[in-house]
Design a protein around this ligand. Sequence first.
Ligand code: ADP
Length: 203
Amino acid sequence: MAEISIRSVTKSYDDTVACRNVSLEVENGQLAVLLGPSGAGKTTLLKTITGELTPDSGEIFVSGQLVSSPQTMLPPARRHLGAVMQEGVLWPHLTVEKHLELVAKNADKVGEILELLSLDKLRRRYPDQLSGGEKQRLSLARALAAGRKVLLLDEPLANLDRPLVIELMRDLQRLRGGARARPCSWSHTSRRTPCSSLTRWPS
Ligand code: ADP
């Protein structure tokens, strides 16, 4: 059974069709990447999976359960999905460590995830004391700490300079190798040929 099953989903904003008749199956343990230029509809599709947007037509199943259709919208909190969206908001009054502790199902994992994403030395800092790349890693760490089976990442490498992109790709590659969480769907704007940025992992 596919972990995520998207069946003929269409979503428009007034006269703009953002997603037209999209179908996609993502198996358990599989990494799926949505590639396309800005405005292609990647974020819209992810938001129909998280439950932020209702599709105009079509159906979305997560772990076999119907979560989105024009008639059925399971509340986002009941979908048990991890998501790092572009406008992912950090909590200004909480330290790095507290961001994870607040959502972690397993408190023992907090230190491990902080270390994995090189945030352990920054654990007592607040978001306004972090660089852009560190904030992005914190968003990812928080999503991992929540221990969801499915992780949706919306342009996790956007707005980062090249060394940070390489660093974060290494983190994601390490996570793919581990059993903690399975990044399942990932959207990325391709500035060059499709696939160039994502199939070539740094050596
Ligand atoms: P991508 O993530 O691939 O850059 P989006 O899903 O953000 O694409 O946008 C797809 C299309 O939908 C674009 O043409 C965009 O302008 C439009 N769009 C996105 N959000 C809205 C909105 N809230 N209202 C109206 N149009 C929108």
